[in-house]
Write a protein of this length. Sequence first.
Length: 592
Amino acid sequence: MPNKPGRLVRFWEELKRRNVLRSLAIYAGSAFVILEASTIIFPRWNFPDWSIDLVLWLIILGAVINVFVSWFYDITSQGIEKTKPIQEVSDSDNLSVSKGWKVATFLSLVVIVALVVFNLVTSGGNFKAGDIKSLVVLPFDNFTGDDQLEYFVSGMHASLIGDMGKLGGWNVKSRTSSNAFKGTDMTIPEIAAQLGVDAALETAVMCLGDTICIQVRLVRSTGEEEELFESEYREEKSQVLNLYNMITRKIANEVRLELSPDDESILSESRRVDKEAYDAYLMGLFYWDKLSQESLEKALEYFNKAIEIDPGWAPAYAGIAQVWLGMAQMGFAAPETALPVVMENISMATEIDPDYADSHYIQASIGTWVEWNLEKGEKEFLTALKLNPNNAMARIYYAHLLVCLQRTDEAVIQGQKAVDLDPLNPLVLALNGVVLSCADQREEALESIKKAASIDPFSFFAHHVMEFASFDVGDVDAFIKAIRFIFPLDEKVFQSIEKSAREEGLKTAYEKLVTQLEGLMSSMFFVPIHMANRYIRIGQYEKAMEQVELGLQVHDQNMTYLATGFLKLDPLYKDPRFMAIMKQLKLPKPGG
């Protein structure tokens, strides 16, 4: 009795007889090509990630349909015919497979094998959307041969970071942290490791006149250095703002960043600027960065020049507002003189361009610390962060507003985001130290402040907040370092205070310091809320309350911090005078 083939064998033979396997092989080759093309083309056309998944599922569905169709139908020389069941097939119907079928099947298999091999060989250099979530734009190299153009090159660097920061899908390190590596001989992987980024953009300015020529190179920085792309651009100076958009879109496409409709709108915007106005504006930014009284006056001169040339350009007005605000905060201009100018110019900037992020950031700062209007401040901060999610300064100051509103958990999150964006900025680190103090993370707060002072040993603000943070954790060395930097006292006085700190404790030393400061009050102005802070720490609550009342009288910009953990004014919370001031400022009740 002959052996009958099993069911699986018979089924396999039937698949071959009906040409299902050949049809499926040809379909697979075509489908593989379509899928590969989709993974290459879709990201460049900014299609969403799910569009590739959709193609895959459609291919799978098509494969199922292909199997069913090829099972029931066949392509013959007479056209498409229904396939006969095996019982109805005579010997004369068992025709050999046509050469067309054989060639198509063979080519399909070759295509599949070739694509598989190609993917295996090149898989190390490929990456998918989301692999690059953070990057740093390294300081531009000036290869123009003219060192006097450094201000323009530096301004272009800042402008590109600002434009790239408007896209919310990635983390773009801020300019201060980027500039920390200017002139360094560190490799890109070493810089990336220190900043915690996935990629770095190198840019070289080759010519700079009426035409701008630049070369950009994007390098993947995880592990070994790997170039992702290199491009050259040549544009008229008046088109420089559009040039930033072109570069940003190119990078977004290369790293397969999923762009939102708002992102697309930003990158599609056509912007033109008067080249002389832009030149004056960048010179203004150059002097603004120096933060001396003389440099701020020069910055105003150039911002005003930019407005004279192009009175319809918002950034120049915002620049004037920011300079005057800085001059008032640093004591270079009286508030009653500076603030009207600030308000006039920031209103102009907002009217000209309601979507200019820096205008809303300045409006938020004014609302929070000048007008004591925290509701307005939060609204403007949120608008500024929506327009530029990568603005580290807007985030850290928003964190400060949140601690004033006693939403400390939210503040810590925003503070950490700011540090992530600008990890080497001493001001951001010191400001975050205040946030951490308010969250009762005092050891971490002092570490952040110490790091700020190590990066910038001449930072007044870092040493100022170190005074309070070091006292709170009992760090005598940090306390002495801070007060030596801040206060103009005789060396013998410092030695006496240090001796007391080491032998009798910090509270006794602080009492001696405050006594010395009281002797200087007739000739020096001390910020009332800062003095209240000192009086509280040595247990002189009535004097602390007097300073709070003085702060209200002189419109101390720090009044919004009254109920924060950094000031530690808890002993005053039961004082009706204190609570009346809290109510007047519309601050939330402590612990409420």
